[in-house]
Ligand binder design. Structure first.
Ligand code: NAD
Length: 286
């Protein structure tokens, strides 16, 4: 029987979430996505108008189908937590049931269960500021959107994740090495995400035989990465210094995610898997 995947953090065809969806679809999975509420309209209309058709083509020539797009804002766990200004914001008022708990309930109602949960989202409002200039609110917002959002997603989806299932998030080496420019508490948020990967692997493994891993991905020119401002430099740095001197494609990360989600990885949990052309292993630039 085919597997079903829910991928949180897909709003265009440039990011890792889209590439992971494609690799999972190519392996036969049914694809559900969670799209950030403010980006929902443009994503859905672009899908409808065929703007992504070229990038929907799978290796066998067929098109990736997205069974359903769910509006999601992963910084809110349930309706009680949504402040009035968000509730009445016109970008949010047009959608409903987009808190983490409600999305998990809707997926359960629509499909019953899933096998694969992917978290491919991050947000740090002060990412361009050095840590020393980051405000408390900016730091906490980065942690809320980029780290706790994963704890919350896994917590709410765990009851409908089939035993033997797999959960994957995306991290970045700025969690463990100094990457000047990755600011606003985003480096801290990725460190939390990696630590949580281990603890959640234990808890979800014991509770429901679910595996939990994170992929430490190399630089990709996604929408989120362009907002940080140094992505071209990071791509050039990697091409110059990594053991494999090629530009990383989103598909390579998608394929690693498909491996982690598959029975081929049945004994792998609690790990950080580097998919970065080997850059993490270098001690100095050469
Ligand atoms: P992306 O822009 O494709 O994905 C980020 C997504 O997060 C967007 O779709 C955005 O709408 C969504 N999002 C933001 N706040 C949200 C919220 N509150 N609720 C729901 N969705 C929200 O960019 P990407 O670079 O592919 O990012 C995906 C993941 O990969 C992130 O965790 C990122 O940190 C990680 N990553 C990226 C790189 C890179 O160089 N691009 C490198 C390593 C890790």
């Amino acid at each position: 029987k085919g597997k079903r995947a829910f991928i949180a953090g897909v709003a265009d065809d440039n990011g890792y979430g889209w590439a992971i969806a494609k690799s999972l679809a190519a392996a036969g999975a049914e694809i559900l996505v969670g799209t950030w509420v403010p980006a929902l309209n443009i994503f859905e209309s672009s899908l409808r108008r065929g703007k992504f058709d070229g990038s929907r083509i799978l290796p066998d020539g067929s098109m990736m189908e997205i069974a359903k797009v769910y509006p999601l804002d992963a910084v809110f766990d349930n309706p009680d937590e949504v402040p009035e200004d968000i509730k009445t914001n016109k970008r949010y008022a047009g959608s409903s049931k987009w808190t983490v708990q409600e999305v998990a309930e809707s997926v359960k109602e629509d499909f019953g269960s899933i096998d694969i949960l992917v978290h491919s989202l991050a947000n740090g409002p002060e990412v361009t500021k050095p840590l020393l200039e980051t405000s408390r609110n900016g730091y906490l917002a980065a942690i809320s959107a980029s780290s706790y959002s994963y704890v919350s997603l896994l917590k709410h989806f765990l009851p409908i994740l089939n035993p033997g299932g797999s959960s994957i998030s995306l991290t970045y080496i700025a969690s463990e090495r100094i990457i000047p420019g990755y600011g606003g508490g985003m480096s801290s948020a990725k460190a939390a995400l990696e630590s949580d990967t281990r603890v959640l692997a234990f808890e979800a493994g014991r509770k429901r035989k679910i595996r939990v891993n994170t992929i430490s991905a190399g630089p990709l020119r996604s929408r989120a990465a362009k907002a940080i401002g140094f992505i071209d430099m990071m791509i050039d740095y990697s091409s110059a210094n990594a053991p494999l001197q090629k530009e990383l494609s989103a598909e390579e990360v998608g394929n690693a995610a498909a491996f982690l989600a598959s029975p081929l990885a049945s004994a792998i949990t609690g790990t950080v898997l580097y998919v970065d052309n080997g850059l993490n292993a270098m001690g100095v630039g050469v």
